[in-house]
Design a protein around this ligand. Structure first.
Ligand SMILES: NC(=O)c1ccc[n+]([C@@H]2O[C@H](COP(=O)([O-])OP(=O)(O)OC[C@H]3O[C@@H](n4cnc5c(N)ncnc54)[C@H](OP(=O)(O)O)[C@@H]3O)[C@@H](O)[C@H]2O)c1
Length: 310
């Protein structure tokens, strides 16, 4: 199996008894005794990262004081137990950073944790205060990836991020957008700024990023984080009541969720995908997409055609 330049290590597919007990009610879930977790390479360092990450917008915006005793702890545990690493949050997402911090503290098997959050304010002092607050909320003294949220006041924050990276307070610098906004400006910044990561939307129905952003990321050696892989959940309405095609099994795909995520994961310029979920069965489904084979380019075009007929 060839997955572009990405590393594939052989690992136990399901390690947690919590996740294993779910298999019986996850439709179409294939319990493989052993499979391959897909890791991609961060171009600026060569570090390997699990392709399946986790978003926190809306789904983790709950009461942070009770989060560690809520059903979300099982969701987080299934993420780590299935080789998940990168968790993406933002001060914009209400209590999501504090909830993430509380859940991570409680979880086991989290050695691979890769924290990603954002600065989302105007002004240098405000940005520094907000990033320090994010560290406290996430319960870490170093953030792996700090991103400028929606390009907001990037001229100010970029200098702080460069300083913080030099001091080891963050490891990577990124910038984000979503659902097609600011692409022209983002393209320019990808050429000009010392970015390790760029985050934007990409999914089987919203493929604008294929034209410019993904090729530029590849050419410039910038890692990509993909948000809205389910078009905020609306892709599931499109396929409701429809059977998965037989040929999905050729790339180890057993559900519509895996179909959508594997479509994205197979793009050579995609580093990590961050679907958000509040449900354990969805987490197990999503993580399964980070294992096994991925569709080749011809199959990806077939996948698009199929969805276009629905
Ligand atoms: N500008 C930015 O920086 C920006 C903008 C947008 C998003 N983001 C990031 O990207 C993340 C992902 O984007 P998103 O949350 O907007 O949209 P998304 O991940 O495309 O969709 C999330 C929705 O899909 C549902 N879902 C998840 N897994 C499922 C499964 N296996 N089967 C059925 N339904 C499933 C979730 O509901 P359940 O809870 O019921 O599973 C949730 O409603 C965000 O959480 C955030 O971290 C960043």
């Amino acid at each position: 199996m060839k997955l572009f330049n990405d590393e594939i290590s052989r690992r136990q597919f399901l390690k947690s008894s919590a996740a294993a007990s779910l298999v019986s009610f996850v439709p179409g879930f294939v319990l493989a005794a052993e499979s391959a977790v897909i890791k991609k390479t961060i171009p600026s360092t060569g570090e390997h990262l699990s392709v399946m990450g986790l978003g926190t917008s809306r789904t983790f915006n709950v009461d942070s004081d009770n989060a560690a005793n809520s059903p979300l702890i099982a969701v987080m545990q299934a993420f780590f137990d299935n080789d998940g690493q990168l968790i993406d949050s933002s001060p914009m997402y209400g209590s999501a950073e504090a909830v993430t911090g509380a859940l991570v503290k409680q979880a086991e098997n989290k050695q691979g944790l890769f924290t990603a959050t954002k600065v989302w304010t105007d002004g240098k002092r405000q940005g520094i205060e907000q990033m320090e607050r994010s560290m406290r909320r996430l319960g870490v003294d170093r953030i792996d990836l700090m991103q400028i949220h929606n390009l907001r006041d990037w001229r100010t924050h970029i200098d702080t991020l460069i300083d913080w990276k030099a001091q080891g307070r963050i490891r990577y610098i990124g910038i984000t957008t979503s659902h097609g906004r600011y692409h022209a400006e983002l393209e320019k910044l990808m050429q000009q700024l010392p970015l390790d990561f760029v985050q934007f939307s990409y999914n089987i129905v919203d493929r604008t990023a294929e034209q410019r952003l993904l090729p530029i990321a590849r050419e410039k050696g910038i890692a990509t984080l993909i948000n809205r892989p389910y078009q905020r959940g609306s892709l599931f309405y499109k396929v409701r009541g429809q059977s998965l095609p037989d040929w999905a099994a050729e790339f180890d795909c057993a559900s519509w969720g895996q179909f959508f995520l594997k479509f994205v994961a197979a793009h050579p310029a995609v580093t990590c995908i961050i679907p958000a979920t509040s449900k354990l069965k969805h987490m197990v489904d999503n993580m399964a997409a980070g294992y096994g084979r991925l569709p080749d380019e011809q199959t990806r075009r077939r996948m698009i055609k199929l969805i276009e007929t629905m």
